[in-house]
Write a protein that binds this ligand. Structure first.
Ligand SMILES: *[C@@H]1O[C@H](CO)[C@@H](O)[C@H](O)[C@H]1NC(C)=O
Ligand SMILES: *[C@@H]1O[C@H](CO)[C@@H](O)[C@H](O)[C@H]1NC(C)=O
Ligand SMILES: *[C@@H]1O[C@H](CO)[C@@H](O)[C@H](O)[C@H]1NC(C)=O
Ligand SMILES: *[C@@H]1O[C@H](CO)[C@@H](O)[C@H](O)[C@H]1NC(C)=O
Ligand SMILES: *[C@@H]1O[C@H](CO)[C@@H](O)[C@H](O)[C@H]1NC(C)=O
Ligand SMILES: *[C@@H]1O[C@H](CO)[C@@H](O)[C@H](O)[C@H]1NC(C)=O
Ligand SMILES: *[C@@H]1O[C@H](CO)[C@@H](O)[C@H](O)[C@H]1NC(C)=O
Ligand SMILES: *[C@@H]1O[C@H](CO)[C@@H](O)[C@H](O)[C@H]1NC(C)=O
Ligand SMILES: *[C@@H]1O[C@H](CO)[C@@H](O)[C@H](O)[C@H]1NC(C)=O
Ligand SMILES: *[C@@H]1O[C@H](CO)[C@@H](O)[C@H](O)[C@H]1NC(C)=O
Length: 288
């Protein structure tokens, strides 16, 4: 390959790396694409506010950094927005925080969101997303806060979740998840809060979760009768709890546990709440 070919090859590589050529105009185009995927009705605040005639950084819900001048946060929660998420959002390459919670977005979260390599927090709570937990999440190594509760996600919790080595909070309650909780969850060294209640998970709670020294809240219980399904985690409460010095809440109610309450629980000095109502412990059901 001669020199000019090498330069051409590099040039083509640069063209394909949207983080190098992208600028605030790219962000604006991505957000306008989102706006066009939201069905308009009288309450659609974005229809009025997200106007090309004013700078994108002054639009409602948008936060920008100055150097580089790019969009870093998209906070459009509780705006009664109905629609789908277009792949263009993956062009917001400087995005750190995405909160589209408490709307009625539906469909899938597009794969292109895997381009959001700086993303630390994603909140899609209380929408109408369906199908599997997005597989691209495991490609976002900076994620610390993942909020997927109150949607219609189904299928298993992917074991690739262990790729999120910085994960601190995982909330996926009130969905239609099935199968076992992956053992790899125990690899998440910084996990403090995990909420999985109101799903259809089965098997046993992986003992590895109780190996996470930072864990503060573990909640797998069903604590109301108003839901169609409940978890049936039919394992023995693991005895290796002594590492969970920071555990404050352990909620396991309305599952099908068998076995005994481990003595080690008494050593969890930070524990303020223990919900084990209606568990089948020591052969009989314990009620509060
Ligand atoms: C963004 O980049 C495009 C070319 O890639 C350029 O035409 C445009 O003027 C730039 N916009 C700003 C605001 O820098
Ligand atoms: C959009 O909303 C922001 C924040 O509420 C407000 O400051 C701005 O004036 C609005 N712009 C338009 C064009 O409505
Ligand atoms: C942004 O993303 C869309 C869809 O993923 C793509 O078609 C478009 O070319 C991208 N780039 C820019 C600069 O808008
Ligand atoms: C995520 O969204 C829900 C619903 O809008 C909200 O209650 C919660 O506070 C949000 N979490 C964060 C960390 O912003
Ligand atoms: C959510 O999706 C379900 C099934 O796909 C549908 O029946 C329901 O009307 C949707 N709800 C909203 C608020 O869009
Ligand atoms: C895990 O992360 C690495 C590096 O970020 C990536 O190359 C790999 O594809 C990821 N694995 C999965 C299953 O997403
Ligand atoms: C917990 O950690 C110890 C040492 O770090 C390891 O030997 C053990 O296998 C782990 N237990 C589980 C269930 O992952
Ligand atoms: C849990 O599910 C079982 C059978 O699937 C059912 O008999 C039981 O009533 C349910 N419990 C709750 C609390 O919903
Ligand atoms: C829960 O899982 C069981 C089998 O794993 C299945 O038969 C049942 O239909 C599921 N319930 C819901 C509400 O998804
Ligand atoms: C509680 O902790 C003390 C001191 O670390 C230890 O001696 C004892 O065996 C522990 N008890 C249980 C039940 O783990």
């Amino acid at each position: 390959m001669d020199r000019s070919c090498i330069f051409l090859a590099i040039f083509i590589l640069l063209l394909h790396d949207n983080t190098l050529l992208a600028n605030i105009s790219t962000d604006q185009a991505a957000l306008l694409a989102l706006k066009s995927h939201i069905s308009s009705h009288s309450n659609n605040i974005l229809a009025r506010n997200w106007s090309s005639s004013v700078p994108v950084c002054s639009w409602i819900g948008i936060t920008c950094s100055s150097h580089p001048h790019r969009v870093t946060a998209l906070d459009i929660f509780s705006m009664q927005l109905h629609g789908t998420i277009p792949p263009h959002l993956g062009n917001l390459s400087f995005l750190v925080s995405l909160d589209i919670s408490d709307n009625t977005f539906h469909g899938d979260l597009p794969l292109e969101l895997a381009h959001l390599q700086r993303l630390k927090s994603i909140n899609v709570t209380s929408n109408n997303f369906t199908r599997a937990i997005p597989s691209f999440l495991s490609l976002l190594p900076n994620l610390r806060f993942v909020y997927l509760s109150s949607n219609q996600f189904s299928g298993k919790i992917p074991s690739s979740i262990s790729n999120l080595t910085k994960l601190q909070v995982l909330r996926i309650k009130i969905n239609f998840l099935q199968g076992e909780i992956p053992r790899e969850i125990g690899d998440l060294r910084y996990l403090t809060i995990i909420y999985l209640q109101f799903n259809n998970l089965s098997g046993s709670i992986p003992p590895s979760i109780f190996n996470i020294t930072t864990i503060q809240i573990i909640s797998f219980s069903i604590n109301t009768y108003h839901y169609l399904s409940n978890n049936s985690l039919d394992g023995v409460i693991p005895p290796n709890l002594e590492k969970c010095r920071k555990l404050q809440i352990l909620a396991l109610a309305y599952n099908d546990f068998i076995g005994t309450v481990p003595r080690e629980l008494a050593n969890l000095t930070a524990l303020t709440e223990l919900r084990i109502a209606a568990l089948h412990l020591e052969g009989s059901t314990i009620y509060p």
